[in-house]
Design a protein around this ligand. Structure first.
Ligand code: BJW
Ligand code: ZN
Length: 253
């Protein structure tokens, strides 16, 4: 892989680094992306599944979709891309992972500072009384609910995954922290995202406006390519380990 001098000088001196990630970083773990050639939403329409209205119309269908995805995420492992990001922590002062993914794979790879903009598929709560339920409690409630989606043991409200659907607000504290990290970073890597879903996609834009060097890693060009200082077209699990190796080499010598 070829690195130009401008990128290398940024890589050599960066102290604060943000990784803004999307579904593409988990593709090599076997998790489908939403859009693009193998995206799930080529077959399933987002508005039919990823909105509160869709959930209220057909809770069972939406619940089963999340249960299916939860099982896939659970049965797979973080890949070389997630691991390369974790390794970056040894090389610079501060690494923050701002992820749109709900699959928990950055946490499982051991990354320390993970900001989940769209929630986490492992958590679930009652739509009425907001009680959270552990995965074990969910299994029990699922058994009790028979063929329906599970209901709250306290108030019988519907239980939903703790994810952000279309038309819903992102967790304000998490988004503010992500904006703060983006505005103070030296390099922002934008990895495996189509960068079309807002307000998440403001994160790399904020980084750019604050003077950070923007590096895109994706298998194809995206909305980000225009504003990125550097784009590496390839799989995250192949490109990121090479960047880490290069960083090790130039930051030690
Ligand atoms: C690889 C690879 C490999 C593959 N290596 N790369 C401004 C303008 C227009 C619309 C809006 C706007 N502001 C807000 C909106 C509305 C809406 C929105 O953004 N719509 C757009 C689609 C147009 N936004 C919202 O509704 C948000 N809320 C909001 O705005 O609240 C304010 C409000 C409140 C009340 C009323 C009105 C407004 C919430 C958005 C929530 C998004 N939720 C989802 C589902 C989460 C739960 C779940 O997982 O089921 O989040 S949608 C889905 O998209 C998911 C993702 O996190 C998100 C982003 O997708 P991502 O990660 O980029 O994946 P892909 O598939 O798109 O891309 C994968 C990429 O990887 C591709 O580029 C591949 O090439 C690449 N790739 N393999 C590297 N191996
Ligand atoms: Zn309840």
């Amino acid at each position: 892989m070829k690195f130009n001098d401008h990128f290398l000088s940024k890589l050599k001196t960066a102290q604060k680094v943000v990784f803004f990630t999307g579904a593409g970083i988990s593709a090599e773990s076997g998790i489908s992306t939403f859009r693009g050639k193998d995206g799930i939403w080529n077959k399933l329409k987002p508005e039919e599944l990823a909105s509160f209205d869709a959930f209220m119309r057909n809770p069972k269908l939406v619940w089963e979709w999340y249960q299916y995805r939860r099982k896939i995420a659970h049965d797979t492992k973080p890949n070389l891309g997630h691991e390369a990001i974790k390794q970056f922590e040894k090389l610079v002062d501060e690494v923050t992972v701002v992820t749109q993914n709900v699959d928990n794979l950055h946490n499982r790879a051991g990354s320390k500072n993970v900001l989940e903009l769209h929630g986490n598929i492992e958590r679930n709560y009652c739509t009425d009384c907001r009680t959270f339920f552990s995965p074990d409690e969910i299994s029990k409630l699922e058994n009790e609910s028979g063929s329906e989606s599970p209901r709250c043991s306290k108030c019988s409200g519907l239980i939903r995954p703790d994810v952000v659907w279309f038309g819903e607000f992102l967790p304000q504290d998490v988004f503010s922290e992500a904006e703060r990290k983006a505005s103070g970073c030296d390099i922002c890597f934008v990895v495996g995202t189509s960068a079309i879903v807002y307000p998440a996609a403001y994160i790399p834009i904020t980084a750019r406006q604050s003077g950070a060097f923007i590096v895109e890693v994706n298998i194809e060009s995206t909305e980000m390519t225009r504003i990125a200082d550097e784009s590496f077209f390839g799989k995250a699990g192949e490109v990121l380990p090479k960047i880490v190796e290069k960083a090790k080499e130039i930051r030690i010598n």
